[in-house]
Design a binder for this molecule. Structure first.
Ligand SMILES: [Zn+2]
Length: 457
């Protein structure tokens, strides 16, 4: 159960928590955004917007401030604009390839998201980072001249699944980096210099919903030395399992009777942080401080925006008057806003140049990794589906031995069959011996897997 809303009176009545708030209040100026906050006396705490979503970047920044006093002040230094102007001159045509390792760390079976959801997520990343996403046509025409593409392609190197009894909770003093450590019930990173590590787990928090988080790279001029991930093996992205992919079977409860619209854009956003992106509104603003047009994301071609868009897709939002040129509305289509995933569809040219430059410098090890053969999910078809008497599974020719597995929603194994390579196969599932309900059919080989839902009536 995730607590999705703040309960200020109760929280403020707790002395221990009050101490934490007072400690945190030292760092509240600046980067940090919200539109829902709570007040304890004069203390304002800013992590959660009115949609109950935790500002991932603010949280990381505050925790880093505790570990490295003075961190926020240094980070708030303006971007060196010359840096990204120069970056944009680099060759943009090369499609950069990076390899990704997914770690699925789960307690409940539903947290163990199927490969099909992970591959869907990788599709989203590849589309968004190459501007191949179908919804790019929804970008308002006023912004089409600044739309860019980072031109980065993500390959799945491995999917690691780790059952655990640990929980992964965010608090005001720590991030759930235990998900990155086998000894703490998580999964040790693969060589973070050469692989993008993405951990998928259930993120818990008592004060809001955290979709994911990522550490920015070390070594950028706008980031102080030694201030990114506390250690190299913690580099990477963490995602809540319900935020992954656009075919995620588990609804993401928004805490107010509805569900979030999930389109795989949390990973796009967090990978953006991983490549050095700041939030488009510059992490200023908030419900008590109003819009903060003085805070900038350091990217020249994004319009000035004073607050995050609060899970909204309202095209009339215009929090700041742009001081140069035409006044532009807020860029709710940008991946580094907090608008609803339904309307996010673009990077700007400068953001794209910045991320490519980070990849070519601070994260160049990713480019030096051995090329891997891209793996595509194995497809198969179920007929009929829903099924009553019997269900046929048509399997294309495999190049290695495969295994067909049917489990119920609790993960109980009901049926398994070995599939020989080199031949087209038709297997049958005796659905007449199964109870009515939903089942998961998985075809896997040593290097690949695909899952589909089967309904038995
Ligand atoms: Zn963020």
């Amino acid at each position: 159960m995730i607590f999705t809303r703040l309960y200020p009176l109760n929280l403020c009545s707790q002395e221990k928590f009050m101490e934490t708030i007072q400690f945190k209040s030292i760092f509240l100026v600046s980067l940090l955004s919200i539109s829902m906050s709570f007040v304890c006396g004069q203390e304002v705490h800013e992590y959660v917007n009115s949609a109950g979503i935790i500002n991932d970047h603010k949280l990381v920044m505050d925790i880093m401030e505790q570990r490295y006093p003075g961190y926020n002040e240094r980070v708030l230094g303006t971007f060196d604009r010359n840096n990204y102007v120069n970056m944009s001159k680099g060759a943009k045509s090369t499609l950069h390839q990076v390899n990704v390792v997914f770690h699925v760390v789960y307690q409940d079976p539903e947290e163990n998201i199927p490969d099909s959801v992970i591959y869907s997520q990788v599709d989203v990343l590849n589309e968004d980072y190459q501007r191949l996403n179908a919804d790019s046509v929804n970008l308002r025409s006023i912004f089409t001249p600044i739309a860019g593409k980072p031109n980065i392609h993500f390959n799945v190197a491995q999917i690691i699944r780790v059952p655990t009894t640990s929980t992964f909770s965010v608090s005001l003093t720590g991030l759930p980096d235990n998900v990155k450590e086998t000894a703490s019930g998580g999964s040790d990173a693969w060589d973070t210099e050469h692989y993008v590590n993405i951990w998928v787990c259930k993120l818990e928090s008592f004060f809001g919903i955290l979709f994911g988080y990522a550490y920015p790279p070390d070594g950028l001029s706008n980031w102080p030395a030694g201030s990114a991930a506390p250690s190299p093996e913690l580099e990477g992205v963490v995602l809540d399992y319900r935020s992954v992919g656009r075919n995620n079977p588990v609804p993401f409860d928004d805490g107010s009777g509805g569900t979030f619209y999930i389109n795989g854009r949390t990973a796009t956003h967090e990978v953006g942080h991983y490549f050095g992106m700041r939030h488009i509104w510059g992490d200023g603003g908030g419900i008590f401080g109003g819009d903060s047009c003085g805070e900038d994301d350091g990217i020249a071609d994004t319009p000035n925006q004073g607050a995050q868009s609060n899970n909204n897709c309202d095209p009339s939002l215009n929090t700041c008057i742009d001081s140069v040129g035409t006044d532009m509305p807020d860029l709710i289509e940008n991946h580094m806003d907090y608008s609803e995933e339904a309307c996010k569809n673009m990077w700007t040219q400068m953001q794209s140049a910045f991320m490519r430059n980070v990849l070519e410098n601070e994260r160049q090890g990713l480019l030096n990794a051995a090329a891997i053969e891209e793996k595509f999910p194995i497809d198969f078809s179920l007929f009929p589906n829903p099924a009553s008497e019997i269900c046929s599974i048509v399997i294309p020719t495999l190049d290695e031995v495969g295994e067909l597995v049917v489990v119920d929603l609790l993960g109980k194994l009901l049926f398994t069959k070995t599939i020989a390579p080199g031949l087209a196969n038709v297997a049958t599932i005796p659905t007449n011996k199964m109870n009515a309900g939903i089942y998961i059919v998985t075809l896997r080989t040593s290097s690949n897997a695909m899952s589909k839902k089967l309904t038995v009536y």
